[in-house]
Ligand binder design. Structure first.
Ligand SMILES: Cc1cc2nc3c(=O)[nH]c(=O)nc-3n(C[C@H](O)[C@H](O)[C@H](O)COP(=O)(O)OP(=O)(O)OC[C@H]3O[C@@H](n4cnc5c(N)ncnc54)[C@H](O)[C@@H]3O)c2cc1C
Length: 303
């Protein structure tokens, strides 16, 4: 086994990490420094903290706990994930990692851009998933709205389907890691910083109108705001999502073998306690899946 990738270093991910690390699995906890927990100033209903606790304190104590048993924190942003012949390849803005199992614990996501009528065009030109929908826009004009590493990666991926790609930052200066900026430049993807006002089109999307009144003609608009959230990563693996939630079974498994999801990323009550519980359940069941595989291998060994 080359290990487990836990994507998310909040309560759900760190709880899972404690279990997988203590079971002697190499445990990589990917944490890009965001997440809801870090934003919460005070919580009074967290088990074991009768005097209350802040989100940053809770994350810190969870990190110490998981690292005590050997979990490795990787402070990198995951931008892509895919299945390989014998496991999974996790790609960050910095490196690539091969793992045997994945726990998605990325917190809640699904940010809509502040452009009028976006919801009305969802499924009619507006997409949140390049892997799912780029095929429909082969050789057609498309745009990515967003800024940063995730948006740059999505724009580069769209080049597999069409040469007519532009990146729209919606008013901000383009800001991605230098290597990604260089790739965007080399691919000659135009980056526009206009503020976007509204979407237009009678029978599906036909264009995006800027606040200056100019229309950028596109058939497809791919939303890639912030970082790649849990639903984006799940969709890359072909796992169903329901709105902004990764669909899981009661044991936290997904439709993909050895991929589990936990915490706010899966919806539900979205509390620290439920996130911690789901993280533990995901890890226990992933370990169970590993043992099942080992057991089958063992039976194949000739006597
Ligand atoms: C204002 C507010 C108050 C709250 N008060 C309470 C309360 O009193 N009690 C309570 O129980 N709950 C409370 N909650 C809910 C609670 O904060 C959440 O349920 C909990 O934070 C969810 O934990 P999580 O591990 O699922 O996700 P998060 O804490 O959001 O962690 C997600 C992790 O994933 C990482 N990540 C995401 N995408 C990537 C990527 N592409 N690459 C690398 N890393 C990535 C992030 O950096 C982060 O480490 C509150 C929430 C809010 C918003």
């Amino acid at each position: 086994m080359s290990g487990v990738a836990i994507i998310g270093g909040g309560p759900a991910g760190l709880s899972a990490a404690i279990y997988t690390a203590r079971a002697d699995k190499r445990t990589l906890v990917f944490d890009d420094g965001g997440g809801t927990t870090r934003d919460v100033s005070r919580m009074e209903n967290v088990y074991g903290f009768p005097d209350g606790v802040t989100g940053p304190e809770l994350v810190e104590v969870g990190q110490e706990h998981a690292e005590k048993y050997g979990a490795e924190r990787i402070s990198e942003e995951v931008v892509h994930i895919e299945r390989t012949d014998d496991g999974f390849r996790v790609e960050t803005t910095v490196d690539e990692y091969a793992v045997d199992g994945v726990i998605l614990a990325t917190g809640a996501d699904y940010e809509r851009p502040a452009i009028a009528d976006v919801e009305a065009y969802e499924g009619q030109g507006v997409s949140y998933c390049v892997e799912c929908d780029a095929y429909f826009y082969r050789d057609r004009p498309v745009a990515v709205v967003g800024n940063g590493n995730y948006a740059a990666t999505e724009a580069l991926m769209l080049l597999d389907y069409t040469d007519d790609v532009r990146l729209l930052t919606n008013g901000d200066e383009f800001d991605a890691d230098p290597e990604l900026q260089a790739k965007v430049d080399a691919a000659e993807i135009p980056v526009r910083t206009d503020r976007l006002d509204q979407l237009v089109g009678d029978d599906g999307l036909e264009g995006i109108v800027t606040t200056d009144g100019e229309t950028i003609a596109v058939d497809g608009l791919f939303v890639a705001l912030g970082t790649a959230g849990g639903t984006d990563l799940a969709e890359m693996l072909g796992i169903p999502v329901d709105g902004d939630e990764i669909v899981t079974e009661p044991d936290q498994s997904t439709t993909v073998d050895r991929v589990y999801a936990a915490g706010d990323a899966t919806g539900g009550h979205q509390q620290i306690a439920t996130s911690v519980g789901e993280g533990a359940r995901a890890a226990i069941n992933l370990l169970e899946a590993f043992r099942g595989a080992d057991y089958v291998d063992y039976k194949k060994v000739p006597a």
